[in-house]
Design a protein around this ligand. Structure first.
Ligand SMILES: *[C@@H]1O[C@H](CO)[C@@H](O)[C@H](O)[C@H]1NC(C)=O
Ligand SMILES: *[C@@H]1O[C@H](CO)[C@@H](O)[C@H](O)[C@H]1NC(C)=O
Ligand SMILES: [Cu+2]
Length: 545
C-alpha cells in the first residue's frame, strides 16, 4: 500500500465491492492497533531517549500518548499521516496525566512509526510531584469502608425496579421494548452508541408511530486555548480521529449502571480487518430517582378530594467513552410521555500543563497563563468540549419539515387593551439549508419543531417533535482559524440538511488531518429545499477550569 485511503461499498447480496469517492483531504479514523503502536514509537529513536534522560526521567517511567495534530497548512502536513506524542512520567502514580514532561512534543510518521522531529522547549519546567495524585479508591480508602479522611465511602444507592424484574425486554440482543417505546441499540466504532428505528405506541389507537430513524453523536471538538508550541495543535475531534466507540471500555457493573441493568456488547474491526468483541459496551436500565412524572391535587375549595401522582420512571441507554484522560458518559433517556433526552456527562482527569510556578505569588501581574494554576507546577488549560448529535428524524414518516417558532414582543395598538404588550409566536418553515441554521440568542428566543406537514392531529395541527437545545454555546474562535474550519459544526447550534447518506459526520468523513472542506458548514451552503431532513444538534459545551 502507498498510504492511500479508499472508501468501499460492500454489496452483500451480490458479493461485490465497489469503490466510492474519497474525500478531498484527511484520513480515516486511527485504528486501536495504530494508537497502541504509536504509544511506543518515540522510544525507537535514540534522540528521544537522550532527551528523556536530559530531563532527568527514567525511560522505564515514561508513557507517551498519541495526540492528533489537526491541520495547520501544507508545510506542516507534508502530505503524510502524522501524529504528535505527548509524554508523561508514571513514576509513583497511576495518574500520569498529572505529570507531563512539559514542552516535549515528538512528531511521528504514523505509517512508518518513525520519529520525524523532536521539539523540547520544556527544560526548566519541573515535572509535577506524584504525591496525592492517585485517584483509585483502593489507593485512598481504608479497609473499614472509610476514606483517608475517615468519612464513610459513598456506595451506589439502590435504584432497583419492581421485584418482578425489569419492565423492559431486549430482543435479538439489540431491540429494546419498554413502556410503548421500541428502538434498536448498537455500539459503533465511531459514533459510540447508535439509537435507530425508535417508534412509540399511540396510546389512543395502539398503532406504532415513528419518531427517529437514527440518532448518534456525530462529532466532538475539543480545542485547547493555548497557542504555544506544545499546545496549539491540541484541538481534538474525538469521533473522527480516535473513534468515540473504539475508546469505550466495558462498563463497570453496579457502579456505572445499577443492579438490574442489562448489558450489550460491541463488535469492532481490528487493523487487519478481523472483528473483535468488546463486552458490556452499553447498558440499559430503568431509572427512578425520586422525581415526579406528573401530578395534580385538587384544592379543598373545589370540594373534590383528588391526589394524583405518578413517579417518574425512565429508561436509560448508556455508554462511556474514555478518550485518553477524559471519560464521556452518553445517556439516551426515554420517558413515558414521549420525550427523549440526550445527556452528556464529562468525567475522568484533566489534561494539564507543566509550569515552573508553584504559587500564584510567583506569577507576574497580567501574565497570560492560558489557564489556572491548580496545584504546584500544574496548570489547567482553558478549553471547550463540544458534542454534536445527528438526529435523522422520522416523525410519523419521512416527510418532515423544520419549523422555527420565533417569540417576539408585540405592542398593542393605542386603546386596544389595558396591556401595552404581549408575546407573539410566529412560525417559519425553513425552505433552504441556509435558512435552517440556528444561532441561539437570549433576547431573540425561538422554539424549534420538526413537524410532519402531511400528518395532522385531531384538531388539525401538524404532528411534530420539539427540539430543545440545552447547555449550548457558540465558539469564540476566529471562523478562519484552522481548527475552527475543521470544527465548523460549532458555528451554529442547530443545522438542518436534507437526508444524504454521505453526510453523516458533521466534521466530514475523513477528519484526521482534514482541512475542513467536507463539513456541515460546507454542505449547508447549498440552496437545497429542506423537506426530509436531518437535524444536527449541538447538545453540550463545557468550559472547564
Ligand atoms: C530507548 O529506551 C527504551 C527503554 O529503555 C529501550 O527499550 C529502547 O531500545 C531505547 N531506544 C534506543 C533507540 O536505544
Ligand atoms: C450528498 O453529499 C455529497 C457529499 O457532500 C455531495 O457530493 C452530493 O452532491 C450530495 N447529494 C445531494 C443530492 O445533494
Ligand atoms: Cu476538558
Amino acid at each position: 500500500f502507498q498510504g492511500e485511503s479508499h472508501v468501499l461499498a460492500l454489496d452483500l447480496t451480490a458479493g461485490k465491492v465497489a469503490p466510492l469517492p474519497v474525500p478531498a483531504s484527511g484520513y480515516p479514523t486511527m485504528t486501536m492497533d495504530e494508537q497502541t503502536a504509536l504509544c511506543a514509537a518515540p522510544f525507537s529513536d535514540p534522540a528521544f531517549n537522550a532527551t528523556i534522560r536530559r530531563r532527568g526521567v527514567r525511560l522505564d517511567d515514561v508513557a507517551c500518548l498519541p495526540i492528533s495534530l489537526g491541520w495547520y497548512g501544507p508545510e506542516e502536513d507534508g502530505g503524510r499521516r502524522l501524529i504528535k506524542s505527548q509524554c508523561y512520567s508514571t513514576e509513583g502514580t497511576a495518574n500520569f496525566y498529572m505529570r507531563p514532561i512539559e514542552g516535549l512534543t515528538v512528531l511521528v510518521d504514523m505509517d512508518t512509526g518513525k520519529v520525524v522531529h523532536i521539539s523540547d522547549r520544556g527544560a526548566g519546567i519541573p515535572i509535577p510531584a506524584a504525591k496525592n495524585t492517585d485517584y483509585r479508591g483502593a489507593a485512598n480508602d481504608d479497609d473499614d469502608g472509610t476514606d483517608r479522611f475517615g468519612y464513610q465511602t459513598v456506595r451506589a444507592p439502590s435504584m432497583e425496579p419492581a421485584p418482578e424484574g425489569p419492565g423492559f425486554q431486549i430482543e435479538d440482543g439489540h431491540t429494546v421494548r419498554w413502556a410503548g417505546w421500541e428502538f434498536h441499540l448498537k455500539a459503533d466504532a465511531r459514533a459510540g452508541l447508535i439509537v435507530s428505528r425508535a417508534t412509540v405506541q399511540d396510546p389512543a389507537t395502539g398503532a406504532r408511530r415513528e419518531v427517529i430513524y437514527k440518532g448518534m453523536a456525530s462529532e466532538l471538538f475539543v480545542p485547547y486555548m493555548d497557542p504555544t508550541e506544545a499546545w496549539y495543535f491540541k484541538t481534538y475531534m474525538d469521533a473522527g480521529e480516535y473513534g468515540f466507540g473504539l475508546q469505550a471500555m466495558p462498563l463497570v457493573p453496579l457502579n456505572d449502571c445499577p443492579r438490574h441493568a442489562r448489558y450489550m456488547d460491541g463488535v469492532f474491526v481490528a487493523a487487519d480487518g478481523r472483528p473483535y468483541v468488546r463486552e458490556n459496551m452499553i447498558c440499559v436500565f430503568e431509572r427512578y430517582a425520586g422525581d415526579i412524572a406528573w401530578r395534580h391535587s385538587e384544592s379543598p375549595i373545589t370540594g373534590m378530594d383528588i391526589r394524583e401522582s405518578r413517579p417518574k420512571v425512565t429508561l436509560v441507554a448508556r455508554m462511556a467513552a474514555s478518550v485518553a484522560n477524559y471519560d464521556y458518559i452518553v445517556d439516551w433517556e426515554f420517558q413515558t410521555d414521549g420525550l427523549i433526552r440526550i445527556k452528556v456527562g464529562l468525567s475522568g482527569i484533566l489534561m494539564v500543563k507543566g509550569t515552573p510556578y508553584s504559587h500564584m505569588n510567583q506569577v507576574r501581574r497580567n501574565e497570560e497563563m492560558h489557564g489556572t494554576l491548580l496545584s504546584e507546577n500544574v496548570i489547567g488549560v482553558i478549553h471547550d468540549h463540544y458534542v454534536t448529535f445527528r438526529l435523522d428524524m422520522d416523525v410519523d414518516g419521512a416527510d418532515n419539515s423544520f419549523v422555527r417558532v420565533d417569540m417576539a414582543r408585540q405592542d398593542t395598538a393605542p386603546g386596544e387593551s389595558p396591556r401595552r404588550s404581549y408575546l407573539k409566536a410566529t412560525r417559519h418553515v425553513a425552505s433552504t439549508e441556509k435558512d435552517a441554521r440556528v444561532r441561539l440568542k437570549l433576547y431573540e428566543p425561538a422554539e424549534f419543531h420538526v413537524i410532519n406537514p402531511t400528518k395532522k392531529t385531531r384538531v388539525g395541527n401538524p404532528v411534530g417533535y420539539k427540539v430543545v437545545p440545552a447547555g449550548t454555546a457558540g465558539s469564540l474562535l476566529d471562523p478562519e482559524d484552522p481548527p475552527q474550519k475543521r470544527g465548523a459544526f460549532t458555528n451554529n447550534q442547530i443545522w438542518v440538511t436534507p437526508y444524504n447518506k454521505s453526510e453523516e459526520w458533521a466534521g466530514g468523513l475523513f477528519v484526521y488531518q482534514s482541512k475542513g472542506e467536507d463539513t456541515l458548514a460546507t454542505w449547508s451552503e447549498r440552496y437545497v429545499c429542506v423537506s426530509t431532513k436531518t437535524v444536527d444538534f449541538m447538545v453540550r459545551k463545557m468550559l472547564a477550569v
